[in-house]
Design a protein. Structure first.
Lengths: 316, 345
């Protein structure tokens, strides 16, 4: 197992290189460049050229990539073109809020979805099954920006229960309660999508398992329905659930770009949009790199968890 | 030997989209402590459904709608789920046909074995474990101390069936229901499993309901036999009488269809022509009418009852051919009872 993990990490290195190359070239192929966004509109072409030269942006693209990767290997992510702050610092400031928002959303979504999925499978084709699958259909289908604007309209602007956006009240004390208040609506939006998706997987995976012979054996032993469902059946339906979690984890870092934008949540999603509009390539590259690492990590974690959940899966 | 189980004219129905379907109709038999009864019959005749009815393990749409099942002094036909949970695995336990799928693939053998032991016998974790190892040794599993921490996929079919038997017998049940326990195994393993079941039966005096369609297994294991056809018991008697003196035309047909060691090599085996009527449109009269060589006019319209006749051992048959003998038996017994009454008064 340890050998397997080491091998996977070694394979991850060339993959990451590939990801950085693709990212770098695609971003540079996009029209516009950082200098246009930095200098004031009355600057002369000479001034522009001088700035480009100073930033190294007049060099061929592979030279730029080479410079970037050399710096990266030295642990230097560079400076933001727009704010002139070190990218590492900017990233650090935005990771926290995103992890908080996505972490809470994933947990809330799963805590609601997994038990509901189990109930749906146990009571297949009952009213509760129809109700929950209906809701999950809604959760998967409705776009986040639409649901986000909807809940802002109802709960923030009409009922005035929660703030419309941001993470803390401006000039407020930044207390836990304040942050919690700001969390409720974006979490509601994200958890609807995450939970709606998860319910489906749990339900179908449980339905698959519930007809199995070994559950009849468990029942013949005199076990309670609770144990049969949650010990014998649930453990056998974990594989699809783990797969979905593995796909969801990168969301933690990738951030919910649209939701963060709608709620002005100061996380990585919002930073991504800002970096794109200001052609802040160095920040964008760093975000992409971070997202790629998370995806690779989540995949590895998923594979390890498969082996934990199902002893028949072995990697040697 | 006291009466342990009495199944009396049970009817098991499944609710389907197209209305109720009767799978088992008027099945009756009884069983004493330590006795083995074999339920024999072809696929779909209701053997398994009968046993699942006793255990309340039918699918959600199936239930016993008529008749009674008495186990010791309890009425199982109308027992609540909570009451059944105390009986299942404890007083009555079960082994299934498919050892490859009957064990949970993600739990260790030990987990699955100790579960029932801890539940019904209130053993501590450590005690349950050592008891489980003891049980595994008893069913002939080598290196039981190692196997207990293995997952089922590491074991062969025969080994898994041994684990199932260990699991079923661990709480010392009074009744073991074995639903075709050897059907999915190859012949040498079959023999081992049957031998093991015999040995354990002698040690623990457990009564067994053995479901099979293999008359060889019947001859090997049974004290008595109930032959089932299309959801009904058509003949019930002890194993010697069944093989020496089978009466019902279906049983006779079955006997003729088994190859015998003294048969000439080129002899064709007999078969019963036709096929079993479907559960949705059972004939009103005798269910074997279509295929019976002795069918009479009245068999089409009237339903024969399972009635005892005079024989060396108790012997009941569901067939009009033996009406005369059944009547004689009834008369004799009535006289006997009458005489007894007079003596006692």
């Amino acid at each position: 197992m340890l050998q397997y993990i080491i091998r996977r990490i070694l394979i991850a290195i060339p993959v990451l290189f590939g990801v950085t190359i693709l990212n770098f070239f695609i971003i540079n192929l996009a029209p516009g460049n950082p200098v246009d966004m930095m200098v004031n509109p009355s600057a002369t072409p000479e001034q522009l050229a001088a700035t480009k030269h100073a930033l190294g942006l007049d060099q061929p693209i592979w030279v730029q990539y080479w410079n970037w990767i050399v710096q990266l290997l030295h642990g230097n992510l560079g400076f933001s073109y727009s704010t002139r702050e070190p990218v590492t610092q900017i990233l650090m400031a935005h990771v926290g809020p995103t992890v908080l928002l996505m972490g809470v959303s994933l947990i809330v979504g799963y805590l609601i979805a997994i038990p509901l999925g189990i109930i749906c499978a146990r009571k297949q084709n009952s009213w509760i099954d129809y109700l929950v699958t209906g809701f999950s259909f809604f959760g998967i289908s409705v776009p986040h920006f639409f649901l986000g604007l909807g809940v802002i309209y109802v709960f923030a602007s009409k009922l005035l229960w929660f703030p419309t956006g941001s993470m803390n009240t401006l000039g407020g004390d930044g207390s836990f309660i304040d942050t919690f208040n700001h969390l409720v609506l974006p979490v509601l939006v994200l958890a609807t999508g995450i939970g709606g998706n998860m319910v489906r997987y749990v339900r179908s995976s449980m339905l698959d398992v519930l007809g199995k012979d070994y559950l009849r054996t468990a029942k013949a032993k005199g076990l309670s329905q609770f144990l049969i469902t949650n010990k014998h059946a649930l453990r056998n339906s974990l594989i699809p659930i783990i797969t979905v979690i593995g796909i969801d984890i990168p969301l933690l870092i990738g951030g919910a770009i649209v939701t963060e934008q709608v709620f002005q949540w100061p996380g990585l999603g919002l930073l991504t949009i800002q970096s794109i509009t200001s052609r802040d390539y160095s920040t964008l590259m760093a975000i992409n790199l971070l997202a790629a690492c998370t995806v690779l990590f989540a995949n590895l974690l998923t594979d390890i968890l498969y082996a934990v959940a199902d002893p028949r899966i072995r990697y040697d | 030997m006291g009466e342990l189980l009495k199944v009396d004219k049970i009817k098991t129905e499944f609710q389907t989209d197209k209305g109720p379907v009767t799978s088992v109709d008027e099945v009756s038999f009884d069983l004493k402590e330590g006795e083995t009864i074999c339920l024999v019959g072809e696929s779909g005749c209701g053997k398994s459904v009968t046993s699942l009815s006793i255990m309340h393990l039918l699918d959600r749409n199936g239930s016993v709608t008529e008749g009674s099942i008495r186990f010791e002094d309890k009425d199982l036909a109308h027992a609540s789920e909570a009451k059944m949970r105390k009986i299942r695995g404890n007083d009555i336990s079960m082994i299934f046909q498919e050892p490859m799928t009957s064990l949970n693939p993600v739990l260790t053998i030990g987990d699955q074995l100790t579960e029932g032991i801890r539940l019904h016998m209130n053993y501590s974790r450590a005690d349950a474990r050592s008891y489980a190892i003891e049980m595994l040794k008893k069913v002939g599993i080598p290196r039981a101390e190692g196997i207990i921490d293995e997952y089922p996929h590491k074991l062969s079919g025969g080994m898994r069936q041994r684990v199932m038997i260990a699991m079923a017998l661990s709480c010392k049940p009074k009744l073991l229901i074995a639903d075709e326990p050897t059907t999915a195994l190859d012949v040498t393993i079959q023999a081992q499993i049957l031998k093991l079941m015999k040995k354990l039966r002698e040690e623990s005096n457990t009564a067994i309901i053995l479901i099979t369609h293999d008359l060889g297994v019947v001859a090997e294991m049974a004290d008595k036999v109930a032959v089932m056809y299309a959801g009904q018991v058509v003949e019930e008697t002890d194993v010697y009488t069944l093989f020496d003196n089978p009466k019902h035309p279906y049983t006779l047909g079955l006997m003729k269809s088994i190859p015998h060691i003294t048969n000439p090599d080129d002899m064709r085996l007999n078969s019963i022509p036709g096929s079993v009527p479907s559960a949705r449109n059972m004939p009103k009269g005798c269910r074997f009418y279509d295929r019976c060589p002795h069918a009479m006019k009245r068999c089409l319209a009237e339903k024969p009852e399972l009635k005892p006749i005079e024989d060396k051992q108790a012997h009941s048959i569901r067939c009009f051919l033996y009406e005369e003998e059944e009547k004689n038996y009834e008369k004799k017994h009535a006289e006997k009872q009458h005489a007894e009454k007079e003596v006692s008064s």
